[in-house]
Design a protein around this ligand. Structure first.
Ligand SMILES: [Zn+2]
Length: 467
């Protein structure tokens, strides 16, 4: 077996940071040793002055997602290469079942897109776009046989992915029996569609109206409704995706304070970007930041509250909701009608850096950084301890992070297949130095050594994060 030693660094996990050398044997971490005591090995990576953290786990990506008459611009090949560049070594993407299509066919289509294409390991959640007898039954077999233990439902997008409350309750009851987690896009899509039609009738067509027609109150309402429906389904584990607003966070916090299995993620865009500064950019520029849930107003305390939620664990995970659409020919489909702008921001490459900036700014601790970007998503979605931790027996997915480095984000230098960056000009006081996936060095000294097909499908177990 080929052995590798990552030496001289500070290993960081949720439980603390300590000096240790990390011995890798083949695809696995073999041991953590006192600095300087490991045997001589074939390859050494000097991590002096740097952090040694588990490879990032991004639990929310949409590679090649068909949406609004086009498809997300990153393939599994380009998107997972970009993920690796940014220190993310596992993605969990969303296989899609649309109404009228079988769940198994939807899943097979996703396997076909990803197989042999990925640079890092990948797993799937399953979107249930049509809750009926067949799809409810399919949920059981996905949990038992396919390693898919989480199902996403939508309270938004009527006519596309939307489930009504009865369908949601039935899917929750099914998950309560088979042990899966229900993930929820919590926005009241029926009410939003009324506001969208009214805005367009008034001639309000620019990108900022995407945000103005999706008010925070309708995210809070849907989040609260999902929490109560989950309660009726005998406390099925509920995970709110891309939580963006204070009111929705309050609903999650209240349920958690009551001891419920209710969890939530947020995304970097809600921590740093706003409705006024980005979505409200002049002309059609704001289209770059059209995503759902939308960016929130800087005049309200959403971002402050989300950082607080990250500290208190009312927000357990930071994912990207990576769903890139190019400005040219894709975002431009919505010129003159904001409702036709494909929804999504590309960010799979930048999550580890953007959250590290939260450490630099004193908003979260070093340990909390690693917990929210790697350890908790692995535990939440049944990948732990294979992923999300630097420990003997775990996959050797390791990032050496340089706190003395700098990262400047730009479309000119990023690796996503995307003609602009939602983060153009952002500077981070830190830098991904080396990225290792199952013992293979993917990124080192600013060069990419990964290969398409290295990434493997990860069948997942049940959540290890429940009360
Ligand atoms: Zn999403």
């Amino acid at each position: 077996m080929t052995a590798m030693l990552i030496k001289g660094g500070t290993v960081v996990g949720p439980g603390g940071a300590f000096a240790a050398d990390v011995l890798v044997d083949g695809e696995k971490i073999a041991a953590l040793t006192l600095p300087g005591t490991a045997p001589d090995v074939a390859r050494t990576i000097d991590a002096t002055g740097r952090y040694v953290i588990p490879g990032g786990v991004d639990a929310h990506t949409h590679m090649e997602l068909p949406f609004g008459g086009t498809s997300a611009s990153d393939t599994f090949a380009t998107g997972t290469a970009a993920a690796a560049w940014g220190g993310t070594t596992t993605i969990i993407d969303f296989a899609v079942q649309r109404a009228g299509e079988s769940v198994q066919d939807g899943l097979a289509a996703w396997h076909a897109k990803a197989e042999g294409q990925c640079h890092v390991d990948y797993a799937f959640h399953q979107i249930i776009g049509g809750v009926d007898e067949a799809s409810l039954k399919a949920m059981d077999s996905l949990v038992a046989d396919e390693g898919i233990t989480s199902f996403k439902l939508f309270m938004a997008y009527p006519g596309v992915f939307y489930s009504d409350d009865g369908q949601i309750l039935r899917a929750m009851q099914q998950a309560r029996e088979n042990g899966a987690v229900i993930m929820m896009h919590a926005e009241n899509g029926i009410a939003i569609d009324v506001l969208v039609a009214q805005a367009l009738a008034r001639g309000e067509t620019t990108p900022v109206h995407h945000g103005l027609t999706r008010p925070a109150a309708l995210e809070a309402e849907a989040t609260g409704r999902a929490v109560h429906l989950a309660e009726v389904a005998r406390d099925v584990p509920l995970y709110i995706v891309h939580l963006s607003a204070s009111g929705a966070l309050e609903k999650v916090a209240e349920a958690r304070d009551a001891g419920r299995n209710v969890f939530a993620e947020t995304c970097p865009q809600y921590l740093y970007l706003t409705l006024e500064d980005q979505l409200g950019a002049p002309g059609f520029e704001g289209a770059k930041w059209v995503c759902s849930t939308p960016l929130r107003s800087r005049h309200e305390p959403h971002a402050r509250d989300l950082w607080k939620g990250l500290r208190t664990n009312d927000l357990a995970v930071v994912s990207t909701d990576h769903c890139p659409f190019c400005f040219k020919d894709q975002k431009e489909l919505g010129r003159g009608d904001f409702s036709k702008i494909p929804n999504g921001i590309g960010g799979v490459e930048h999550r580890v850096d953007l959250l590290y900036q939260g450490v630099v700014d004193g908003r979260i601790s070093l340990e909390r950084w690693v917990e929210t970007i790697a350890a908790t998503p692995a535990r939440m979605f049944g990948l732990y301890p294979r992923k999300g931790v630097i420990a003997p027996g775990s996959d050797a997915d390791i990032v050496v992070y340089d706190p003395a480095g700098r990262t400047r984000i730009s479309a000119g230098t990023h690796h996503m297949n995307l003609d602009h960056s939602a983060w153009e000009g952002f500077e981070i006081a830190g830098r991904v130095d080396t990225v290792v996936s199952r013992g293979s060095v993917l990124v080192r000294d600013g060069a990419f050594h990964g290969r398409k097909g290295h990434g493997r499908y990860l069948p997942r177990g049940l959540s290890r994060y429940l009360i």
